[in-house]
Design a protein around this ligand. Sequence first.
Ligand code: IPD
Ligand code: CA
Ligand code: CA
Length: 270
Amino acid sequence: MTNLQIFLDIATEAALAAGAVLQGYFGKLEDAVTEKGRPGDLVTAADKASEAVVLEILRRHFPQHSILAEESGKLGNQDNEYLWAIDPLDGTTNYAHQYPAFCVSIGLLIDGVPQVGAIYDPFHDELFRAAVGLGATRNRQPIKVSDTAELSKSLLVTGFAYDRRETSDNNYAEFCHLTHLTQGVRRSGSATLDLAHVACGRVDGYWERGIAPWDIIAGVILLQEAGGKVTAYDGTPLKIESGRILATNGSIHDNLSQALMQTPPLSAWQ
Ligand code: IPD
Ligand code: CA
Ligand code: CA
C-alpha cells in the first residue's frame, strides 16, 4: 500500500469517527454555543469534541506530522513536510440552527501542496475521498465534475466570511454580478461541501474570499482529482494563505474568472 493510500485511509477513519460525534450532538446543543470573536462566528461543544477525536487518531498514527486545526491552532513540529489541516465542523452556523449542511474536513498538505482529502457529511452519510493520482470518490464510487460549458447555464455556490460587516470587500458585489450572469448562486454555509459539490457535479463552480486553509485543503484535492480546476480569482495558481479561491468544473473557469475580475461596484445594483 502506498503512503498516500495509508494517509487517506487514516484520514477517512478520523472523518467517520468525528462525523459520528457530530451526529450525536446534532439537535442537542442546548446552550453549548458561543461566539469566538466576530459576530456570528460560533463554536459549539460539537466542534471541540469532533476535533478531539480527529487529533487523537492523527497523532496516534502520525506523531511526527504537523497539524493546523481550527479550534486548537498549530500543533506539533511545524517544520514537518506533512501538514494536516482540520476543520472538525465546517458549517457550524448551519449545525447550530439544525440546518443540515455541515461536514468534517481533513486535508493533508505535503510540502505545501494539497495531496489527500477526506470529507464526511454525516447527516447525508456522504463520504468524499481523494488523493493525488488515486481519483475522487463519493461513498467509494468515482465522481467527476459537470460538463456545463456556459456561464449562463451554470449553477454556482459561494460564501460570506465572518468579517463581512467590517469590509466592503465582502463578496456582496460579486454575488449580485454572478447572480445576474448565471442560473443562480447558492450559499450553503459550508465551504468544504461547496467544493465537494462542485467535484461531484451538483454545482458548476464556487468562489469565496476570507477562507482559512482548513476550509479548503481537502476540497481542493477532491475537486482536482474529479477533473476540476482550482486557482486564484484571476486564474493564477492558488495561494492558500490568500484566503481567496476560484474552483470550477474547468469548462467555465476562464469565463467565471473574467466575470469575477470585472465585478462592478455594489452601487450598480441600487
Ligand atoms: C465557514 C463555512 C462557510 C464559509 C465561511 C467559513 P465554519 O466555516 O465554511 O461556508 O462561508 O467562510 O468560515 O466556521 O462553519 O467552520
Ligand atoms: Ca470552516
Ligand atoms: Ca469549523
